[in-house]
Write a protein that binds this ligand. Structure first.
Ligand SMILES: Nc1ncnc2c1ncn2[C@@H]1O[C@H](COP(=O)(O)OP(=O)(O)OP(=O)(O)O)[C@@H](O)[C@H]1O
Length: 311
């Protein structure tokens, strides 16, 4: 279990992590989500003793990283897949890591097998593809068979097969009862991988919730409706008190009622429909709404054209 209490990191006058309180529970994948610069990597680095908190604390199973007697056996991490000596083979890299941490040499073969690198274990890491480097980084994280795992943006730049592999691996590590914290700025990916979400923006927690509850709260569904007489349809729905937006393809987006209601309002007005669909807003949209005030760099997005109620 990872516990952060009042965790704060300042760099000069800027605050990267601003008084975070969170508990990352074992037995589930916790997605650590935030836009660029939100403070995800800084938080993970503090959990791993690579950065020192300016205030507060972050512990793994009740102890600060520096106080863990055998850190690699307690916490495994993938922070930067490129952080491997390029001239070393994967097997050499893992063997050095194992021996300097009191881990038996045979464990190297086990983790190579686990990540699917056995066939290329004697090639230099400098010649590895990004996907192979990620697998090697993960092999290093798993070397000490730790109960807690931290992955910083593990799917960045991976192809669909690599993404699926990492997703499946994280889920199985959590199913074994381990604590798994994975950072990402991709909500859609987290929706498929994580059970729980901690959303962070500008160093502060914006949400700490299950994926399901997050979706229910932030990604409200709406109804897409289309007919041969859109102006009359918009007017009929507007008169019924529903919020109607015109979409670029001539359809209407209706909020405030379900598809059955929208269909009945159209029938009441004697209007034919060619399409009536419930649309679930994506997690990505919900995430962008939640973090809209926290993004470091943002571009203007043009407003949708609004059809006034009763038009
Ligand atoms: N060593 C450092 N010195 C000064 N500022 C830093 C340092 N490390 C991080 N920061 C700043 O702290 C803030 C948080 O950065 P951090 O890398 O933790 O964010 P992140 O959520 O991991 O972002 P990304 O998704 O871009 O990796 C950013 O504004 C960053 O510029």
């Amino acid at each position: 279990m990872i516990v952060a209490t009042g965790l704060t990191k300042r760099y000069g006058s800027s605050v990267a992590v601003d008084g975070i309180d969170m508990v990352v529970e074992p037995g589930r994948v916790t997605g650590f989500l935030g836009p660029n610069g939100a403070g995800k990597s800084t938080t993970m680095r503090m959990a791993l003793g690579l950065d020192r908190p300016s205030a507060g604390s972050i512990t793994v199973d009740g102890r600060a990283y520096a106080d863990l007697p055998a850190p690699l056996r307690e916490v495994g991490a993938l922070l930067d897949a490129g952080a491997v000596h390029k001239g070393r083979t994967a097997r050499d890299h893992l063997t050095v890591l194992a021996l300097s941490n009191g881990i038996p040499r045979r464990r190297v073969d086990e983790v190579l097998d686990l990540v699917g690198l056995t066939g290329v274990a004697d090639r230099r890491a400098g010649g590895y593809s990004l996907g192979m480097s990620q697998r090697l980084g993960i092999a290093g994280a798993l070397l000490g068979d730790p109960g807690t795992l931290l992955f910083d943006e593990p799917v960045n730049g991976l192809d669909p097969e690599g993404i699926l592999w990492i997703r499946t691996l994280m889920r199985s590590l959590a199913a074994q009862g381990r604590t798994v914290l994975v950072s990402s700025h991709l909500m859609s990916e987290m929706a498929l991988t994580a059970d729980h979400l901690v959303v962070i923006g500008r160093g502060r927690i914006l949400a700490d919730t299950s994926v399901r509850a997050f979706l229910d709260e932030h990604a409200a569904s709406w109804v897409r409706v289309r007919g041969p007489r859109p102006a009359e349809l918009a007017a009929a729905l507007g008169t019924a008190g529903l919020e109607v937006d015109a979409l670029a393809d001539g359809a209407l987006a209706v909020r405030g009622a379900g598809a059955p209601d929208v269909g009945e309002r159209a029938a009441d007005a004697g209007l034919v429909l060619h399409e009536l669909t419930t649309v679930q807003a994506s997690l990505e949209e919900a995430f962008m709404q939640l973090t809209a005030d926290s993004v470091q760099y943002s571009a203007a997005v043009p407003d949708r054209h609004l059809v006034p109620a009763g038009a």
